[in-house]
Design a protein around this ligand. Structure first.
Ligand code: GAR
Length: 217
């Protein structure tokens, strides 16, 4: 697979070799686990080359280690500037030569160096129906607003906060008595299926992005 630009396209590889991806995490990593489980089937066509994080001691890294996947941690505070951290992240992810980079609960915004390298092939999953409720608390903000339907969005990351071209969305109902936790868990169930389905299709068959419209081949 090659990268997609705003007017370009991504093509699937022709060999039977699984497409390498790098997954970035900051937390419990249940979305990562769904990708690990799916990748166990050769027909899925995806190999997780590495899992990266911005912090130590998280379950997401432990999940990768249990699965025998290489991991790395790059903490923002270990770098003199945010730009240097971003450059280091881009360099480290590049070393795995990924077809796609997946943010699965990675709570850091990618900067210019990272997007220069991976723009068009860096996807993020967000627990709300973009463009509603961007940011760190998609489920909490939807609940507080009082919407009756929210959901999850997979999108191609751009320089904004949850503003990139949308790959796919799934609606999820808000029910009476929901807490942030119960709503987020219901969203995450939908999110894991969406992520596994779309990442597999994007890697196996490619995709195009034309004027914000993402089309899976
Ligand atoms: C997911 O719901 C993901 O959408 C969200 O963090 C959760 C990670 O769960 N990401 C964001 O809110 C980014 N704005 P997980 O660690 O269990 O995969």
């Amino acid at each position: 697979m090659t990268s997609a630009s705003d007017t370009g396209s991504a093509r699937a590889g022709t060999s039977g070799t699984p497409h390498p991806i790098v997954v970035l995490v900051s937390g419990t990593g249940t979305n990562l686990q769904a990708l690990i489980d799916a990748s166990a089937d050769p027909a899925y066509g995806v190999r997780i080359a590495a899992v990266g994080a911005d912090r130590d001691g998280i379950e997401g890294l432990a999940r990768a280690e249990r699965a025998g996947i290489p991991t790395f941690v790059l903490r923002v505070t270990d770098f003199p500037t945010r730009e240097e951290w971003d450059q280091a992240l881009a360099d480290r992810v590049s070393s795995y030569d990924p077809a796609l980079v997946v943010s699965a609960g990675f709570m850091k915004l990618a900067g210019e160096a990272f997007l220069d390298r991976f723009g068009g092939r860096y996807v993020n999953t967000h627990p709300a129906l973009c463009p509603s409720f961007p940011g760190m608390h998609g489920a909490r903000d939807a609940l507080a607003y009082g919407v009756k339907v929210t959901g999850c969005t997979l999108f191609v990351v751009d320089a904004g906060i949850d503003t990139g071209p949308i790959v796919a969305q799934v609606p999820v109902p808000v029910v009476d008595g929901d807490t942030e936790e119960s709503l987020h868990e219901r969203i995450k169930t939908a999110e894991r299926s969406l992520l596994v389905d779309c990442v597999g299709r994007m890697c196996r068959h490619g995709f195009t992005i034309t004027q914000r419209k993402v089309t899976l081949a």
